[in-house]
Design a protein around this ligand. Structure first.
Ligand code: C2E
Ligand code: MG
Ligand code: MG
Length: 400
């Protein structure tokens, strides 16, 4: 057998490694074929025959344990060694759920092999870069994901509506839909957490559809009075949803099924997602063609690339609550003034988020900011309270 750091040549009949050997590296079989066997008492049992493109010896390298099988060349073989560090680095950066699954699979496989060879339970070393609690965290995540799935099936997600005020007219102009989930044991789970969790899997698609359905139901009630003008609800759309080519068609079909106009729905795209400018510009164009308006959410917190703003024809800028909170500082006030002026010159509406005090509201009004959203105006409300508020306010169809 000849070995270099890039290539191992194994003549037919030779053994690459024996069961029980310490792990050195894993191998990618480039050519030839290799038989993998394990000792069962005095006998040898064939586990399989590997060919070009197959990986071998990776298990012992992953968990730093002795080889569980013997690898013998059936013909002249060429292999590429794969350093343990290469795996360790990838494992380190892998999804903790994937890492936990891998760990559990390896230990199960080792147990099965040990029983097969009559050695009882093997002692396995931990994965190369063990992190305490990592597996427990991963399992918590899987558990939470299952609970979210169940909550969705049972209709336990609640969509609340937070009012948006037309400052000059002192009237409620519309609402933003914000989803709430109360976990049976953990209590309220923040949407930042469960939306991110849903985003990691395809669960965001049914969650998004559910929220849209609830929003459409809410819109029907909000426009309830005879002669009242249509009202809007703004819906947050997350990253994976933006990549869903069928999303807009589903929006339009759901609106139609509820007898609503597209103009009654607005979508909000958070600024940190606006990285793929072409994709977002395409979505905005398709929304506009369908009659749906689009807001840039949390403006000023993400990758505020002003160089691209002219290409992205948002209808509304939602200024992040961080600016409003610090408006008492002259430098922050100067930024708020500039953002309001920029929105006006781009022909966009502007909503100030996180308005909590009368002083903030007054200052925003004086700066010419048209809309305000925040606890001062109202917290995210259950549907019946939102309907009552909109009626009190005599809501009409004002743009935001
Ligand atoms: P967002 O879209 O920027 O929503 C505004 C957040 O600020 C909401 O947090 C709201 O409750 C909170 N907020 C509003 N007024 C005030 C205020 O005066 N003071 C303070 N401190 N906070 C205020 P929430 O409901 O926790 O939602 C967090 C984020 O989760 C949202 O940020 C949105 O990006 C996302 N989200 C919520 N519901 C959904 C949903 O149904 N789908 C998607 N894709 N994302 C959602
Ligand atoms: Mg939003
Ligand atoms: Mg926001």
């Amino acid at each position: 057998m000849s070995v270099s750091s890039f290539r191992v040549d194994v003549p037919a009949g030779s053994v690459l490694f024996h069961q029980g050997d310490p792990p050195t590296s894993a191998f990618l079989l480039e050519s030839g074929s290799i038989e993998v066997t394990t000792a069962q008492g005095a006998e040898s049992r064939r586990l399989g025959v590997l060919g070009p493109g197959d990986l071998l010896g990776e298990m012992a390298v992953l968990d730093d344990s002795p080889r569980t099988a013997t690898a013998r060349a059936l013909s002249d073989c060429v292999l590429m060694p794969i350093d343990r560090k290469q795996f360790a680095e990838r494992l380190e950066s892998a999804d903790p759920v994937v890492r936990a699954l891998l760990l559990s699979q390896i230990s199960r496989y080792r147990s099965a092999l040990a029983q097969l060879s009559g050695q009882g339970e093997p002692v396995t070393a931990p994965l190369p870069t063990p992190r305490s609690g990592d597996a427990a965290l991963a399992l918590d995540k899987i558990r939470l994901e299952s609970h979210l799935r169940e909550a969705l099936d049972k209709g336990e997600l609640e969509v609340r509506l937070q009012p948006i005020l037309d400052i000059a007219r002192n009237r409620i102009a519309g609402f933003e839909a914000l989803t709430r989930w109360t976990h049976p044991e953990r209590g309220p789970v923040s949407p930042a957490e469960f939306i991110a969790l849903a985003e990691e899997t395809s669960l965001i698609v049914p969650v998004g559809d559910y929220v849209l359905d609830q929003v459409c139901g809410a819109l029907q009630q909000l426009q309830g009075r005879d002669g009242a003008e249509p009202v809007f609800v703004a819906l947050n759309v997350s990253g994976r949803q933006l990549g869903d080519a069928a999303l807009l068609d589903r929006f339009l079909a759901t609106l139609r099924a509820h007898g609503l106009q597209p103009a009654q729905l607005k979508i909000e795209i958070t600024e940190s997602l606006v990285l793929d400018y072409d994709q977002v510009a395409g979505i905005i164009a398709r929304c506009h063609a369908a009659g749906i308006k689009v807001a840039l959410d949390d403006f000023g917190t993400g990758y505020s690339n002003l160089g691209h703003l002219h290409r992205l024809e948002f209808d509304t800028l939602k200024m992040d609550q961080g600016f409003v909170r610090q408006m008492h500082e002259p430098r922050c006030l100067a930024i708020v003034r500039a953002v309001v002026a920029m929105a006006h010159s781009l022909g966009c509406n502007i909503v100030a988020e996180g308005v909590e005090t009368q002083a903030q509201l007054q200052a925003l009004g004086e700066l010419g900011c048209k809309y305000a959203q925040g606890y001062l105006i109202g917290k995210p409300l259950p549907l019946d309270e939102a309907v009552a508020l909109s009626r009190e306010s005599g809501m009409g169809n004002r743009e935001s």
